[in-house]
Design a protein around this ligand. Sequence first.
Ligand SMILES: [Mn+2]
Length: 290
Amino acid sequence: MAAPIFDRHSFLRYTVPIEQAKFLILPVPYEQTTSYGTGTKKGPDAIIKASQYLELFDEELALEPYLEGIHTLEPIAFDKGPSERSIDKIYETVKALPLQNKFLVSFGGEHSITYPILRAFAEQAPRMSVLQIDAHSDLRDAYEGTIYSHGSVMARIKDMVDIVQAGIRSQSKEEYDFIKKRGIRTFYMHMIRSDNLWKEHVVDALGNTVYLTIDLDGFDPSVAPAVGTPEPGGLSWYDVIDLIKMIIKKKHLVGCDIVELAPEPHSITTDFLAAKLAYKIMGNLIASRS
Ligand SMILES: [Mn+2]
């Protein structure tokens, strides 16, 4: 394979032609239904900017994962039309990607983007499980007047595929009752804190083929403050990294997204965390194959 070439606008500042890429980065600067803090449409750009400052070498894996080939796609362009149209555009974009033997990492944008991405994935692998790392269960049937809200994204997804949730610490009574009634595997933060084997239990709850959606507010706000709804008492960096490593070892991870970054003008902490998280996922995927 040809060596990656320098490009300031690509994730990690290097790119390869799409045919040669093992990893595709899809920027999805979609923001239409945010309810509290705003700015998620600037998320993808902030992650790519932060990635310019990451070390290319992963000292834990003793690898330079970027040498496997990362191709950063053009950001999806949205107009001010109805959310259905934007949601369809995300679906059509993902469906048209040449994903055979490639791993897609999408950057949000608000959490609503996961539904159309997963629709495209579920057509290929209908028996997929989705692991959602999040402070919120996002299981309202509709939120603030739309069924495509960030607050109802998992309600759309659970009708297509099995879902497992981790890090949850804020929800409505209706969501709580719904989880009980439907037997959804939700690992609440208060359960995680008192269970040393929680990661094993999350992995056991997943099927063999897994898609991972990471709402950055699943992390503790001391670790990832730049999110629209920073809920106290979340997951640590190593909680998430160790869980992901375990999934990559034991399951077939087919894609992921990192959403809800709302960049702050005076702090780059969360931008950098999101960039490093994406690169750690790539590195561990490579390490697990060799
Ligand atoms: Mn959330």
